[in-house]
Design a protein around this ligand. Sequence first.
Ligand code: FAD
Length: 312
Amino acid sequence: MIYDVVIIGAGPAGLAAGLYASRARLNTLIIEKEGEGGQIASTDEVANYPGSIQDASGPSLVARMVEQVDEFGAKRVIDEIKSVELDGKIKVLKGANEEYQAKTVIIATGAVPRPIGCPGEKDLTGRGVSYCATCDAAFFEDLEVYVVGGGDTAVEEGMYLTKFARKVTVVHRRDQLRAAKSIQEKAFKNEKMAFMWDSVVTELKGDGLLESIVVKNVKTGEEKEIFADEEDGTFGVFVFIGLDPATGLFTGLVDMENGYIKTDENMRTNIPGVFAAGDNRVKSLRQVVTATADGAIAADQAEKYISETFEA
Ligand SMILES: Cc1cc2nc3c(=O)[nH]c(=O)nc-3n(C[C@H](O)[C@H](O)[C@H](O)COP(=O)(O)OP(=O)(O)OC[C@H]3O[C@@H](n4cnc5c(N)ncnc54)[C@H](O)[C@@H]3O)c2cc1C
């Protein structure tokens, strides 16, 4: 079977593309390697997506998007695309489970949390180190938690973590936060929040579970090791220091800048019939509202490309 559109990734960009493509009566397949929703499924509060006020958690927004996509008949499968052949008129995508063929491809693979990159991080991920507050906050009920980062996501997720943790300390490399002023004001008022300025985490230690972190003051060069409270035995470190585009699969095939896919304003890449949408492309604002807009434009352009290329 040759699909009209295959969309790689079911985050907000991929789901919006699926909605627009299936509403245009294109034979549409969305391929997702994990659960639907992408990054936004990992947050408890989405306060800035227009129209989403009540019940505005990431998972509930995703559930509504998925329901809408299903209603219009896009097919969804769980599979991980491992390699692609994009230059022919018919594109071929090889997944871990199956091979797919399509007239057009929309790359909506998004981005993944950037790790600190320090010793101990890999081994202790899931054993005290996390990149998702909604997923893991409950494991830290009444424990101490350190949040690494100083942007909107770090501070907002830190505040969410105060609902569970005894104390949340934000470790930030600068002497002031980058988060929006309104978010900062809330954070400074929160009695469970503390701040460690000019500091970076240089090592995470523990035998099976996180037991201590080494923090370096970037101004003085001084390093100190912070141990978990003896009674607790462990604590949490949540990392929110930015994202890396999930575009490795397309390196050398699609034009990129610093790992982000280059598109024109119609989401077209340098390859005819191949579009990119969402956080994985060069753009200035990576949010749900821009990801869904990209997805809609990409699907609309895919439809135009199909009628010009296959139906002319
Ligand atoms: C903690 C947190 C809080 C946030 N809060 C907000 C907020 O309040 N408001 C807001 O607007 N934005 C927020 N964002 C940002 C927002 O989530 C992203 O901008 C948005 O999710 C980008 O959508 P996307 O579809 O481009 O990519 P993603 O959400 O990253 O989705 C990409 C999907 O592609 C899948 N995928 C990747 N590679 C493959 C492959 N090879 N094969 C198959 N599937 C693949 C991934 O598994 C993923 O599901 C937040 C992000 C985080 C991490």
